[in-house]
Design a protein around this ligand. Structure first.
Ligand SMILES: [Zn+2]
Ligand SMILES: [Zn+2]
Length: 163
């Protein structure tokens, strides 16, 4: 949701507590939607002189699929982020978050922060052996019968050419 942080900017208060549940169920990562449950967000907006800082903690469960063996993968994660809030774009910087009309769009910010933390590849374990490309057996369960003898016919033809 959007949070009105005007009172911190005007100095009326120096501290605002934020508690939110962000729905990212429509967010697509690779070919699946990892966030079936809302992301829990807790944080504070603090004003110190002319600087307003948002500190927040995001908790989520990621549901995906191993990109090598297709096994379901899910894990819980907790990340923290800190952002300096400003009311105008005069100060150009990626570290600054612009709050238009004093309204902090937490949905957008949380989505961006989580996106940065997602692994580039979703694997069930770092050394996942994946599936055999000819018989489809999960090679984490042990080697399959193919063991390279029945190589892909196209590769065999190429090997013959190179011989
Ligand atoms: Zn795997
Ligand atoms: Zn095989």
């Amino acid at each position: 949701m959007k949070w009105n942080v005007q009172r911190v900017f005007t100095g009326e208060t120096s501290h605002l507590t934020i508690e939110d549940a962000i729905d990212l169920s429509k967010l697509e990562f690779q070919y699946f939607h990892p966030f079936k449950e809302p992301v829990r967000v807790t944080g504070t907006v603090n004003g110190a002189g002319s600087i307003v800082i948002l500190r927040m903690k995001m908790e989520y469960t990621f549901h995906g699929e191993c990109s090598r063996c297709l096994k379901p993968v899910s894990f819980q994660n907790e990340i923290e982020a800190e952002h300096i809030l400003v009311t105008s774009t005069e100060q150009e910087s990626d570290d600054l978050v612009v709050v238009d009309q004093f309204m902090l769009d937490l949905d957008e910010l949380v989505e961006d922060d989580i996106w940065m933390e997602l692994p580039s590849k979703c694997l069930c374990r770092p050394d996942c052996q994946g599936l055999c490309s000819s018989c489809g057996k999960n090679l984490n369960d042990g080697p399959c019968g193919c063991s390279g003898k029945e190589a892909d016919p196209r590769l065999a033809a190429l090997a013959a050419l190179l011989d």
